[in-house]
Design a protein around this ligand. Structure first.
Ligand code: KG4
Ligand code: ZN
Length: 352
């Protein structure tokens, strides 16, 4: 098949609470990456309210796309294709990005590429380092998903394990709520934990037996709850402050990071991987990055730690995976649907 010398892809992302668009050349040159976060709109609800999110996407999507094109100094006619997240996510949110992408494709005669959001996080390593040694181990840790993948190449991924209950980001968000810290919990726990003692408070590391590559974080959250309000006690929960709050945040963050690093070490012993990459909002965490760099069990692997702006939800990762699909000729029809769930088994589906 004819392999294009160069490609220019617009990526659009509206699956959750970020309205984002980016222009990427050849899958890794980020020409623009515009993200509008709705955190302020949802903070008082301590989570994303779907109706509020989709209304905000509707107001923002066109100015954000225009800005992404302007920042990249390109016009819609210059694009080779438009890639858009069509799953998984909140349907009302996905539909906004999907409608914008379809309208642009129809108006400018460009092919549409449908992107699985979780797969875009899995492929972030290729965006950060197109020469990432393969096979690679990929960790996706976000507010909605926590999973490990074996990556053989673009579009060739195999899910090794996933969470059985809460995602890592969800555990941090819920833990922060128990500690009285603001939403989203990951960044506020990281900030509060600075200078704290990671072993001050004993919290569980749920590993699900010696062989499992799955995750479970619900017990950690419950353990924090019982630390603040011992089981059977009638009184109100402790509201920690000062050093105690700092140590609790630090211990909670350490327990979360410990589980992620332990599972990565386990997987790296079992599979002949040459590199390790991370994606998803939790991959922004500085303690996680530090632990990955220090762990002797991972020292034989090339670490691909994408810039934090590429880990949280963004359009560049959508355009980057779009570039791989473009080269493989995997296009979507203009009646592509929004789907709430990720691809079955986490495998990258080959369309057409
Ligand atoms: O990937 P993402 O932006 O959205 C989803 O697809 O879910 O991830 C959001 C999650 C939230 O749970 C948030 O608390 C967490 O990522 N997060 C962090 C950090 N920044 C965001 N967790 C730990 N440390 C951070 N610095
Ligand atoms: Zn995400």
């Amino acid at each position: 098949m004819f392999a294009p010398v160069s490609d220019l892809i617009l990526g659009i992302e509206t699956s959750c609470d970020e309205t984002a668009a980016a222009v990427v050349r050849d899958g890794h040159q980020v020409l623009s990456n515009v993200v509008h976060s709705q955190i302020e709109l949802h903070a008082r609800f301590r989570g994303v309210v779907p109706e509020v999110a989709s209304r905000s996407h509707t107001e923002r999507i066109l100015p954000i796309v225009e800005q992404a094109l302007r920042d990249a100094n390109v016009t819609p006619n210059d694009l080779d294709a438009i890639a858009v997240t069509h799953r998984p996510g909140m349907i009302g949110c996905l539909l906004v990005g999907l409608a914008a992408a379809k309208a642009l494709c129809w108006r400018f005669g460009k092919p549409l590429i449908g992107i699985d959001h979780v797969q875009a996080h899995v492929h972030t390593g290729f965006l950060a380092d197109p020469a990432m040694p393969l096979p690679a181990l990929a960790l996706v840790a976000s507010g909605g998903h926590t999973a490990l993948y074996l990556v053989h190449g673009p579009g060739q991924t195999e899910r090794l394990g996933t969470t059985r209950d809460d995602a890592a980001g969800e555990a941090l968000d819920k833990g922060a709520a128990l500690l009285g810290l603001p939403y989203p919990g990951g960044p506020s726990i990281q900030q509060t934990a600075l200078g704290g003692d990671p072993h001050a408070v004993a919290l569980p590391r749920t590993l699900l037996g010696p062989d499992s590559l799955d995750f479970s974080f619900s017990g950690l959250k419950t353990a924090l709850l019982y630390t603040l309000r011992p089981q059977g006690s009638e009184g109100p929960a402790e509201v920690p402050t000062g050093d105690r709050l700092r140590d609790l945040a630090c211990s909670y963050q350490e327990a979360t990071v410990d589980v992620l690093v332990t599972k990565l070490a386990r997987a790296s012993e079992r599979y002949p991987v040459r590199s390790l990459c991370i994606g998803g909002g939790v991959a922004r965490n500085t303690r996680l990055r530090e632990r990955l760099q220090q762990d002797p069990r991972l020292s034989h692997l090339q670490l691909v730690l994408p810039h934090p702006s590429l880990c949280a939800d963004n359009g560049a990762m959508i355009a980057s995976l779009g570039s791989h699909w473009y080269r493989q000729g995997q296009f979507a029809p203009l009646d592509l649907d929004a789907v709430a769930t990720p691809q079955a088994g986490g495998k990258a589906k080959v369309r057409r």
